[in-house]
Design a protein. Structure first.
Length: 394
């Protein structure tokens, strides 16, 4: 099959197996080009391991520290006639590269929120690894079925208290328009916390503990975002921000149970991923941010961010450096005063007409397509390719 991108708004319904493999390989190459991490974890469980920050969190410990990894994700395998999802092909490529490097890697495709998934992962840890010493929680999901009551909760991206109007970018047409979003009702806030808060993260850690598969001195990390004032109403002070507050409460609970320095929230940089492209206003902010950060030679992608997370914090000799609220801040370069001032200035001025001058919208679009394996150097997109790719560990 010849596979081409089929995009609709923030969704691309096709993915290219060789392109995804090239994307994974370039992340592996980057990690191998960095100095080794001082104290890398050795047995790592990544929940949400197939794309974005979670994929990078699997690649860094594996290819920097030789870690055994177990990845959990929710992806679609390809069939003879239909392409799979990018996360599926990324995971196939990751496992193939891990096998070639002699590294243990197993993957679980299914619902991380379910009891069954937790039980299957625990069984495999017991059989193959004995214990895990690092658990990365990097899920981004629009819904969660809570196994205790069987109810399905849906997360929303809305402001709280009052409507929010802001500039926005139509990523299909390149038009800068505006968006107005009505505030969430109480149930929507509670449901977003149910889906994107720390409850399921804590359930994973409790289940792993109960099964006796947590190594002495294990650490666990989940990811958060803060960003600039202009996205506060839709992010930090909105429904998703409430869920991220809950993540921090989970961190405090786990640290009081297991000891300080066990659980961390890492605040990461805004980057193009399947999850972030769905948030109103954020694609315009990212397009402006990329331009400013690239010009300042401070731009990073997910792999550079996570390399820094392990090298400077989770796997460093000195341990993690925390902000006044106890969080790791790898969004530090994004939040530098000069970067934020330049983005705020461009934000005021940006229109449809000057978008390509003031922003890196073309970089945004290229990176979006790369998420699905399109536009990578060295990949022959004219060549017939087989969309059906088995996961080596299945
Ligand atoms: P992503 O969309 O690239 O990855 C989400 C992962 O979750 C995938 O591996 C997917 O298969 C998995 N997943 C979703 N539902 C699942 C389910 N029910 N069961 C098993 N796996 C499931 O997302 P991204 O952007 O990497 O986000 C990961 C975390 O990082 C989120 O907590 C997000 O809020 C946070 N973050 C993202 C930032 C960004 O700009 N992209 C910035 C800062 C934090």
């Amino acid at each position: 099959m010849i596979i081409t991108p089929k995009t609709r708004g923030f969704i691309c319904t096709t993915a290219h197996p060789e392109g995804c493999a090239a994307n994974v390989q370039s992340q592996i190459d980057y990690v191998k080009s960095c100095p080794p991490i001082a104290n890398p974890p050795k047995k790592v469980l990544v929940i949400g391991a197939s794309t974005g920050y979670g994929l990078a969190s699997r690649i860094v410990p594996a290819f920097s520290g030789g870690a055994a990894t177990i990845g959990v994700f929710f992806e679609k395998p390809g069939t003879e006639r239909k392409t799979g999802s990018a996360g599926w092909y990324n995971s196939v490529a990751f496992e193939e590269a891990a096998a070639e490097a002699g590294l243990y890697a197993k993957s679980f495709n299914g619902d991380a929120f379910s009891n069954e998934m937790k039980a299957s992962v625990i069984e495999t840890i017991k059989a193959d690894l004995g214990q895990v010493d690092s658990i990365v929680y990097s899920l981004a999901s629009p819904r969660r079925t809570d196994p205790t009551d069987g109810e399905t909760y849906r997360s929303v991206l809305k402001p709280i208290g009052q409507p929010y109007s802001q500039k926005n970018l139509n990523t299909d047409t390149g038009e800068v328009n505006s968006v107005s979003i009505e505030p969430a009702v109480d149930d929507e806030i509670a449901h977003t916390v149910k889906v994107m808060g720390g409850e399921d993260w804590e359930l994973w850690i409790a289940a792993l503990k109960e099964a006796g598969v947590l190594a002495e001195g294990f650490t666990t990390v989940a990811y958060s975002y803060i960003g600039p004032d202009l996205t506060y109403p839709i992010y930090t002070n909105g429904t998703i921000g409430k869920a991220k507050e809950h993540l921090e409460e989970s961190t405090a609970r786990m640290n009081s149970e297991f000891g300080e320095g066990t659980a961390y929230v890492s605040v990461n940089k805004a980057l193009v991923t399947q999850a972030s492209s769905a948030i109103p206003v954020v694609p315009l902010y990212i397009s402006l941010l990329y331009k400013v950060m690239k010009e300042a030679d401070l731009h990073e992608g997910t792999i550079e961010q996570i390399q820094r997370l392990f090298a400077d914090h989770l796997g460093s000799e000195e341990g993690a450096t925390l902000d006044e609220k106890g969080r790791i801040r790898i969004d530090d370069w994004e939040m530098k005063d000069n970067i934020q001032a330049a983005v705020a200035d461009a934000w005021e001025k940006v229109t449809t007409e000057n978008l390509s001058d003031l922003s890196d919208f073309s970089g945004y679009k290229n990176e979006f397509l790369r998420l699905f394996g399109f536009g990578l150097e060295g990949v022959d997109y004219e060549k017939d390719t087989n969309p059906e790719r088995p996961l080596p560990s299945e």
